[in-house]
Design a protein around this ligand. Structure first.
Ligand code: NAD
Length: 336
């Protein structure tokens, strides 16, 4: 009897179907891997605006995986799902500065369309939100109950306000349409499959250190960030999707580093002799960011396990490869 129960539970697991929008991106592709490893069948929907098919190339022969090239700002009907993970959105400062309108659209139209998929399927819907919802926070560390300090018209507003709107839309679909929703507020995450030129702290420093260039620190470098390794992040996201929590949950690493300390860690891990140079702070750059993860700890039994130095070591080969590819492209003869 026990055995039969176990087998039927396994069978049920094997048939769970998940949609991951933004599945060709950095976090989305790692989430696809993890869901497949857990026995789900997975559809990744992505318009490849900032993601890459190479992030999913290893899944080419996986029968439980399907890639759907789709702009989620257009209504779409990819079938029935048990879980819908909405990760589509430019996420790095370079990307959302370049694609400001698209960022607002995917946070609004894209969120509505993806919520509709979840509603039709009666699926659990999980929104990838962000610590940017807290803006340049006046509360430190940031708890989920903090409403934030966001400039609604500054250059970062295309991203911050898109995500705040996406959270509001998600809560509205729960209240008005009974959709079973979750909201994760992701803090800085890093690891393989990040774009080497995406302007985020770790790929920037890695690229500069591996090429022997100066590491660019904005301001005095005393602003703080906390960095979560991608496998820890995905574990937290998966646990949240399986919980019953409707309100936002911070998933991030509370170990706080100044930007200067982070630069030093990267110099240590790469063995680079690069120096540090200083440039003026960009507008609205948050001075400090650190998640309060008490809620994730108590509710999900989750906390990050990988320390910064370990995570940087685990990502080093990937970044080396990206830098080599970048340099090969830069030095290859121009074709006309
Ligand atoms: P990413 O740019 O690597 O991935 C985003 C993916 O969304 C890309 O593959 C892109 O092509 C796709 N996309 C964008 N617009 C789309 C559209 N209209 N239709 C379909 N696909 C579209 O970024 P990421 O770092 O993997 O971030 C994934 C999610 O996590 C984002 O929603 C982001 O806001 C959130 N997040 C990430 C971090 C982080 O540190 N990486 C922090 C906070 C929040």
């Amino acid at each position: 009897m026990g055995n039969r129960l176990y087998r039927s539970a396994k069978l049920r697991m094997a048939t769970l179907r998940a949609l991951v929008t933004g599945g060709a991106g950095f976090v989305g592709s790692h989430l696809c891997d993890r869901l497949l490893a857990e026995g789900y069948s997975v559809v990744a929907a992505d318009n490849l605006l900032t993601g890459r098919l190479s992030n999913l190339a290893h899944l080419r022969n996986e029968p439980r995986f399907e890639f759907l090239q789709q702009d989620v700002c257009q209504p779409f009907d990819p079938g029935k799902f048990d879980f819908v993970f909405h990760f589509a959105s430019p996420a790095s400062p370079v990307d959302y500065a370049k694609h400001g309108i698209e960022t607002l659209q995917v946070g609004s139209l894209g969120t509505f369309n993806t919520l509709e998929v979840a509603r039709r399927s009666q699926a659990v819907f999980l929104l990838a939100s962000t610590s940017e919802c807290y803006g340049d926070p006046l509360e430190h560390p940031q708890k989920e109950t903090y409403w934030g300090h966001v400039n609604p018209i500054g250059p970062r507003s295309v991203y911050d306000e898109a995500k705040r709107f996406a959270e509001a839309a998600t809560m509205a679909y729960r209240r008005y349409h009974n959709v079973n929703t979750r909201i994760v507020r992701i803090f800085n995450t890093y690891g393989s499959r990040m774009q080497i030129n995406d302007g985020r702290v770790i790929p920037n420093f890695m690229r500069q250190a591996l090429r022997g260039e100066d590491l660019t620190v904005y301001g005095a470098g005393d602003q703080t960030r906390s960095f979560c390794y991608v496998s820890d992040e995905v574990e937290g996201i998966l646990r949240l999707s399986r919980s019953e929590e409707p309100l936002p949950v911070n998933i991030g690493n509370p170990c706080e580093f100044t930007i200067l300390e982070c630069a030093q860690e990267i110099l240590d891990v790469t063995g680079s002799r690069s120096k540090i140079c200083y440039e003026p702070l960009p507008k609205d750059d948050p001075k400090q960011r650190k998640p309060d993860i008490t809620k994730a700890k108590t509710l999900l039994g989750w906390e990050p396990r990988i320390e910064l130095q370990q995570g940087l070591k685990m990502s080093l080969e990937y970044f080396r490869g990206e830098v080599a590819a970048l340099d090969a492209n830069l030095t290859s003869p121009q074709r006309d």
